[in-house]
Design a protein around this ligand. Sequence first.
Ligand SMILES: Cc1cc2nc3c(=O)[nH]c(=O)nc-3n(C[C@H](O)[C@H](O)[C@H](O)COP(=O)(O)OP(=O)(O)OC[C@H]3O[C@@H](n4cnc5c(N)ncnc54)[C@H](O)[C@@H]3O)c2cc1C
Length: 322
Amino acid sequence: MSCILVVEEARRDGSTRVFQETLAAGRRLAELTGLAVEAAGVGEPGRNIFAQITGAQPAAGHAIRHELLAAYTADGYTLAFEQLIRRLEPRYVLFPHSYQARDFVPGLAARFGQALIGDVTAIGEGPTFARQLYQGRMHATYRHAGGGPCFLSIQNGAFRADEGAGGTMPVSEFTPALEPAQIRTRPGTPFRETAQTVDLSSAQRIVGVGRGIKDAEKLPLVEDLAGALGAELGASRPICDNGWLPMERQVGSSGQTVAPKLYLAVGISGAIQHLVGMKGSQCIVAINKDPDAPIFEVADYGIVGDLFEVVPALTEAVKAAR
Ligand SMILES: Cc1cc2nc3c(=O)[nH]c(=O)nc-3n(C[C@H](O)[C@H](O)[C@H](O)COP(=O)(O)OP(=O)(O)OC[C@H]3O[C@@H](n4cnc5c(N)ncnc54)[C@H](O)[C@@H]3O)c2cc1C
């Protein structure tokens, strides 16, 4: 068991942010274990899949190349990574917690008699791996016991990608033994993470609206507040899933990661998938009628109350102050 293997995944728009964050998690694990970080990914000929790595370079890169991997299939990726992992014998294998990883990594881990510790948000001494359960109401800490590689997937936004270029690393090619008959599924439509035509990441102020708003017809209430504050409108996932606001307004692990000066969360419970997308905000204000809502754990200011009373009053106060 020799290293920490971090698996590359670029989004369809070419963004490597989730990979960079997973690398940062790998570096954190390296600090705690003294093991070296290496990178692996499926590469198309002519594309250097590790070209965009920022921060300290991994000790080595492994580019998996095979024509049967030109399009993603769970069968192809499982077989290819199984062979690479058996060859390298890493102690830990880290993936971004993406739709694609969730599709094939549990099966890959099972081939090694392991379970996937998914959705990891922090790595502590031990090492221990933190994740949240029941929409943030419980924190759980996991420790890997026994032999075999430990498979982890890292929540988006939980680790900050390192800045700055850090030199070069040796990259070797790995060609797995794959036969067409082993790929039992046809490639489907690629997994789609959220499109981002509205760039919330550069907004200075955001009013985030959640399921507490109850009804699309009530949205003008928060739109008025956002207008008074000169803020962009963001949303939790159920709001976008319901089609009440476009998907690009979604904040969180499968939406945008934002870090405005002010994030005003209205009727949002504070599930981990939402928190990882906005906890880097400079000032977080939460309005929620439930005093035990997890959002209050990250809030700088909390208003426990009915948003249908608090929001109009706040809007009036902001307008008056301006
Ligand atoms: C793989 C995966 C990815 C996900 N990605 C994301 C993501 O990117 N972003 C995201 O947001 N979620 C994401 N989720 C969903 C996430 O787990 C939560 O379900 C979601 O964030 C909950 O949204 P919410 O807080 O708006 O709703 P709820 O959890 O239903 O919370 C509503 C809140 O409103 C409060 N409320 C109700 N009425 C009022 C009132 N009148 N006044 C004041 N407060 C009131 C309630 O007390 C409650 O706290 C993801 C889930 C999965 C499994």
